[in-house]
Design a protein. Structure first.
Lengths: 289, 311
């Protein structure tokens, strides 16, 4: 009898604490989601409502904002901008997955001279500020006549320049049992066969993480696109949004934010579809580092 | 197939085939590494060397570089007030944004750790802004919310932050804080690795929660705190998009959001002073290297590696 009363007494304050915790988290979540709600609401507001009212909900849904946004910017349609963005992000994904997994396999599993120093160098390049190499890279691509093409945005990804992903895949491959390759070697597999038929299929989770992060980061990238692309018909969604930056009048607000919503949509969809990979991938990057 | 079988049969008697096999494996390693080696040489090492050279020249992309010695550096350090304003803005931003972001990330991770139901949901939901926050879309939203007549102005009556020199930087810093999800996820993963027995033992000894936090959580989590601190600091030094959007690419008002990268872009790609911009890039590289080195140096006194304690 006494034990049951003591447990109920002990449990009660605990429930309050948990309730407060949930209430706090929920409140924080609402604050955090506010900018997104604001974006969605503003994309549907008529011009005169944007600044005038604090009311988040539009008085009248102005779908024409989206119609205007679909016409695009500088006579380039949104479909074109979307295709350009997809092309760059897609190319970057393919490049990163191929080149980073190749390099990662060598670092994780093969023996070669200077492996230690090269690995340390690779890790150091994760911290290298992009701006230190940017200007000469620009000059190189300029010499090659590649400025205002997509090559400067895609080609580096095929050369495993994003060391973060090499590191991510190395960490994953180190976790795979070595017996697998030894078995493959006894069966007569060389390093290439065992990479393609044994290791690569098992590395799939890390490759998916690499692919999704590459897609999202390339999609959001602004700086590189800003310096390399200048013809409006080659612009991406991000660059097209940029042309709104200079316009300070609020009359363009509706279409501008409608286009912003369109630009965020792929990321939101990717997040909803792959959130487990993204969260786990991020979590693992820190633990083993 | 038959050759490998005979090789396997021969191996126990003679060690002859071993060496060529190893050499072939070494060759294979270089094949796997070749894209990375090419990238490291052509897109990292060579550019670094070239930009070091260019930093001692006057170069506008069209005419051949003209050697000017240390002039870019002396001009930068002694004659360019905008340069120092950009250094000031960047440092202020790093010092405000990184501790706030990591503090919030740690607090939320600690809260979520004790949660039994809903943890996965909150973890994902809080993480989402880290993916969206770097985009131009959100930067534009930020500018509108913190502008005159925007939400913040209406709520607090402070006027728009992005038009006030003292406040604009803070609006950008809040955008960084908003993206606390990525370090939070890393903190949470770190917290879950701390063995529960440590807390049970402390409980038995009558340690308060605060005491447990200071004596167990902080030291056990210190490698993860360190990792996040280094990573977020390096990233904060390189922020570009929100400052560009908030100030229409100009770093205003009164150069208060003229981040280092923004000024570098302005000098190099708007004003075509590639030599000057290269000098700026090298100073940034050295500064980030120095900050990282200092962080690593101080880490010896406060970062605790469990495996070292065993020895």
């Amino acid at each position: 009898m006494t034990t049951t009363t003591s447990t109920t007494v002990a449990r009660k304050p605990l429930d309050w604490r948990r309730l407060a915790l949930h209430a706090g988290c929920l409140a924080a979540l609402l604050v955090m989601l506010y900018p997104l709600a604001w974006l969605l609401a503003t994309s549907l507001k008529p011009a005169n409502e944007v600044i005038a009212s604090l009311n988040l909900l539009p008085g009248k849904l102005e779908w024409s904002n989206y119609k205007t946004a679909l016409d695009g910017v500088n006579d380039v349609s949104v479909t074109r901008l979307l295709t350009n963005s997809l092309l760059i992000a897609g190319g970057a994904v393919v490049g990163n997955v191929i080149s980073c997994s190749l390099a990662a396999y060598a670092f994780a599993r093969l023996r070669f001279r200077f492996r230690g120093p090269l690995f340390a160098f690779m890790i150091a390049t994760i911290m290298l500020p992009h701006h230190a190499v940017l200007i000469p890279q620009y000059i190189i691509f300029n010499q090659l006549g590649m400025v205002n093409t997509y090559w400067p945005l895609i080609l580096p990804k095929f050369l495993a320049t994003e060391a973060f992903f090499v590191f991510l895949i190395v960490q994953f491959m180190r976790g795979l049992p070595r017996e697998l390759e030894e078995a493959a070697r006894i069966d007569g597999c060389g390093p290439f066969r065992s990479f393609f038929s044994v290791i690569l299929p098992l590395t799939r989770p890390a490759l998916i993480t690499t692919a999704i992060f590459t897609f999202i980061w390339t999609w959001n990238d602004f700086f590189t696109q800003l310096i390399y692309l200048f013809s409006p018909e080659k612009f991406t969604l991000t660059l097209a949004l940029r042309s709104f930056v200079d316009a300070s009048s609020t009359s363009a607000f509706g279409p501008m934010f409608a286009m912003s919503v369109i630009a965020l949509l792929p990321i939101v969809l990717f997040f909803l579809a792959f959130q487990r990979f993204l969260v786990e991938g991020m979590a693992n990057s820190g633990i083993k580092g | 197939m038959t050759t490998t079988q005979t090789k396997a049969a021969v191996r126990p008697q003679a060690d002859v085939p071993k060496k060529p096999v190893r050499r072939r494996r070494e060759g294979a390693a270089w094949v796997f590494l070749s894209p990375w080696v090419l990238g490291a040489c052509v897109l990292t090492l060579l550019p670094m060397a070239v930009s070091l050279y260019l930093s001692f020249t006057d170069y506008d992309l069209f005419n051949a570089p003209n050697w000017v010695g240390l002039r870019n550096y002396t001009q930068m350090f002694t004659e360019d007030p905008r340069y120092w304003r950009s250094v000031g803005a960047t440092l202020t931003y790093v010092v405000i944004a990184v501790p706030l972001q990591l503090g919030l990330a740690l607090a939320v991770a600690l809260a979520l750790k004790t949660m039994r139901r809903g943890r996965a949901f909150y973890r994902s939901a809080f993480y989402a802004p880290s993916l969206l926050g770097a985009s131009m879309s959100i930067a534009l939203v930020w500018r509108a919310i913190f502008n005159d007549g925007g939400t913040v102005d209406n709520l607090f009556g402070t006027g728009g932050w992005v038009n006030k020199p003292g406040w604009a930087l803070f609006a950008v810093a809040l955008l960084t804080v908003w993206q606390f999800g990525a370090p939070m996820v890393i903190f949470l993963a770190g917290l879950q690795q701390i063995p529960g027995e440590l807390y049970e033992a402390a409980e038995v000894d009558g340690a308060s929660r605060w005491r447990q936090f200071l004596s167990i959580t902080v030291p056990m989590l210190s490698p993860v705190i360190f990792f996040n601190l280094v990573l977020q600091t390096i990233q904060a030094f390189q922020v570009f998009t929100p400052a560009f959007a908030v100030s229409a690419g100009k770093g205003g008002p009164a150069d208060s959001t003229l981040f280092y990268t923004l000024y570098l872009y302005d000098r190099g790609f708007v004003a075509s002073h590639m030599g000057y911009a290269s000098a700026m890039a090298w100073v940034l590289l050295i500064a980030i290297g120095a900050v990282t080195a200092v962080l690593f140096r101080t880490s010896r006194s406060w970062v605790f590696y469990a495996s070292e304690g065993d020895r």
